[in-house]
Ligand binder design. Structure first.
Ligand SMILES: [Fe+2]
Ligand SMILES: [Fe+2]
Length: 172
């Protein structure tokens, strides 16, 4: 059984994951409209992943005797100055999500809820991966600078990244 405090904290995280999904969906749309097919595909799959993160939390809350709340979401940014700025925002957002997960882990320990603490370890590991990936992408973008040919290759490369991440992920 979840304590009220844990239930609320998990519900807050459910909202954060749902908002993440919307943020990346908006990025996918912007990239698609700009003709960056690879980037758009990457963002669509990021958006799906965030929804999966949300659902995993929803199921956990309901299974542990809580009630997962589906709440109103903050509207995401829909335009960006450049694709570099868009990926900077993605990185910043992932850092914010990591902090949010850390806070949740802290509350689980305070509440001596070791099941939730154990459940959250999956998210801790996931955030390390997501931050690392965002950092790798930003490094690539900084190398490209304003080179159009570089952008073309980047758009093709990131398509590969999307396919390989999808393949390496085991079904839940
Ligand atoms: Fe997430
Ligand atoms: Fe994420």
């Amino acid at each position: 059984m979840l304590s009220k405090k844990i239930e609320k904290a998990l519900n807050d995280q459910i909202r954060v994951e749902a908002e993440s999904s919307q943020i990346y969906l908006a990025m996918a749309c912007w990239a698609e409209v700009k003709g960056l097919e690879g980037v758009a595909g990457f963002m669509y799959s990021q958006s799906d992943e965030e929804r999966a993160h949300m659902l995993k939390l929803v199921r956990y809350v309901n299974e542990r005797g809580g009630h997962a709340h589906v709440s109103a979401l903050k509207a995401p940014n829909v335009t960006f100055k450049s694709f570099k700025e868009m990926f900077e925002k993605l990185f910043e957002h992932e850092v914010f999500v990591s902090e949010s997960i850390n806070e949740l882990v802290h509350i689980a320990l305070q509440e001596k809820d070791y099941s939730t603490h154990n459940f959250l370890q999956w998210y801790v590991a996931e955030q390390i991966e997501e931050e690392a990936m965002a950092r790798t992408i930003l490094d690539k973008i900084n190398m490209i600078g304003n080179d159009k040919g570089g952008l073309y290759l980047f758009d093709r490369d990131i398509q590969q990244l999307t396919i390989s991440t999808a393949a390496s992920e085991s079904p839940e």
